[in-house]
Design a binder for this molecule. Structure first.
Ligand code: ADP
Length: 473
């Protein structure tokens, strides 16, 4: 059956492995492989080494016997007996197979056949060391006392083979003990590690249920200690965020309540008292309009902040005329100039273009100009400036007022949400404490530099650096 786009896919939940079991399993497997590897290597090294040593010994004894035969033939039989005591079997034969010493040698024929096969065609003076079954042999064709001889020395490695065999046995026993040990150690180790994780997970469950007093602790392992400290940070942040949400709710409720009470009060006054008195009615209606505007402003700010917080803002970069935008925004404050005697002094370079999200920047400029007008001094003057930097890459917008200014301690705080300093407003318009936070988030999203300089009693200057671009594309 063909699947439609809207069909819900049934995804089988993946069977999750337990870290404890996985670690235990891997650790054991690793231990078994390691022990096997070590045993194999050990056995090979031991076997190869022991055989090498036996070969060297046989060759050494053989060479000694040759020397003895050439230099002290009368003592040769004694040397044979001495060598036999050390486990070496020596026989000296003529080139046609007659045993010269020792006279009671039983395996003359076998030894002779072997020597002839190996050294038959070789010139006198040749010697060879080889293995035949459990024997390490040394055969040489030599000349002594004006005659040619075969010298054959053998050494049995049965003992060596037995040693290697028993070593292997003991290694297997040790290996099994080690594997059992590894099983126990890995079990304990994985338990210890996962116990830490279980504790963290139990604490996280408590946190999820809203217990912010929980403490994530694990000092046994560095990674778990790091995880604990990150979780403690998360706890603090979640707590802060929750406290913050309560605070926002309290602030917003309070901010909504005041204008609503005013609107209701003035509407009642119009209904009951000033309905027929045009002048009073107009005044009361104006209060209602102002308060409704304040409500709209507050709702818009809250909406913007939550959008910014949820990262719902996608920047729509365009190149636009910043000079025009600033004049447009100043015009929006025209009513202040006309009705309340405000002055907007401008020093703005003509036709400056920048690249940014025009709508968001317009909000930034609006908030900054609005604040300057709200907080400026008795002269009701606001200075607006737009100047290109000397190298022509940046353009600085600044807005200055002549109000009470902001103290150095509170300067960093003004960008925080819902921060409001005491009563520094010159206009009877109450703010929401959201405007500068919106400015900050928008400018940070653009990665533009911005800041504020302020002196108590003299006023404040807010500035933003925009990238300067040549002209509209
Ligand atoms: P509000 O709506 O209260 O103006 P803002 O976020 O715009 O909120 O500003 C936060 C606080 O920063 C204000 O309450 C005020 O104390 C201070 N502030 C902002 N602009 C100025 C300014 N131009 N002069 C003095 N103080 C200011």
């Amino acid at each position: 059956m063909k699947r439609n786009e809207g069909d819900v896919k049934c995804v089988k939940p993946k069977k999750l492995k337990s870290i404890n079991k996985a670690m235990w399993g891997y650790f054991c497997l690793f231990a078994v492989l390691l022990i096997l590897f070590v045993e194999i290597i050990f056995c090979i090294i031991v076997a190869v080494n022991l055989e090498g040593q036996a070969r060297a010994k046989v060759a050494y004894v053989g060479a000694g016997m040759e020397r003895e035969l050439r230099t002290n033939p009368a003592n040769f039989n004694k040397s044979i007996i001495a060598a036999r005591r050390e486990g070496f079997n020596v026989v000296l034969m003529t080139l046609d197979g007659r045993v010269c010493a020792p006279l009671n040698y039983d395996e003359q024929q076998t030894a002779y056949d072997e020597i002839v096969k190996i050294l038959g065609d070789a010139p006198v003076g040749n010697a060879i060391t080889y293995r035949s079954g459990n024997l390490i042999c040394y055969a040489s064709k030599i000349e002594a006392m004006n005659n040619g001889y075969y010298l054959h020395v053998t050494y049995s490695v049965t003992v060596v083979a037995q040693t290697v065999g028993s070593l292997q046995f003991y290694l297997v026993v040790v290996g099994v003990i080690l594997v059992l040990f590894a099983f126990c150690v890995s079990y304990l180790f994985s338990r210890r590690l996962t116990d830490g994780l279980h504790t963290l997970s139990d604490t996280a469950v408590k946190l999820a249920k809203g217990d912010y007093t929980v403490q994530f602790t694990n000092a046994d392992y560095k990674e778990l200690a790091n995880l604990s400290s990150s979780l403690n940070n998360v706890r603090d942040e979640v707590k802060k965020s929750e406290d913050f949400q309560h605070e926002i709710l309290a602030n917003v409720t309070h901010d909504l309540k005041t204008p609503l009470t005013m609107i209701k009060a003035y509407a009642s006054m119009i209904k009951e008292i000033s309905g027929d008195d045009k002048e009073k009615r107009e005044k009361h209606l104006q209060v209602i309009i102002d308060e409704a505007d304040r409500l709209t402003g507050l709702v818009n700010d809250v909406l913007n902040v939550s959008k910014l917080q949820a990262n719902m803002f996608e920047l729509n970069f365009t190149v636009f005329n910043l000079t025009d935008l600033i004049y447009n925004i100043i015009n929006k404050f025209g009513y202040l100039q006309e009705t309340q005697g405000y002055n907007f002094m401008v020093d703005i370079d003509a036709d400056i273009y920048t690249r940014a999200d025009e709508e968001k920047i317009s909000q930034v400029l609006y908030n900054l100009l609005g604040n300057a007008a709200n907080y400026t001094g008795k002269d009701k003057t606001v200075y607006i400036c737009l100047k290109t930097s000397l190298d022509g890459t940046r353009v600085r917008f600044s807005v200055r007022d002549t109000g009470k200014g902001i103290s150095q301690e509170t300067l960093p705080e003004i960008w925080n949400r819902y921060y409001r300093a005491g009563d520094t407003h010159s206009r009877p318009v109450k703010g929401t404490g959201l405007g500068l936070n919106i400015v900050k988030v928008i400018l940070e999203t653009h990665s533009f530099d911005f800041g504020v300089e302020s002196e108590v009693g003299k006023g404040s200057l807010f500035w933003v650096d925009f990238p300067a671009v040549s002209s509209e594309i």
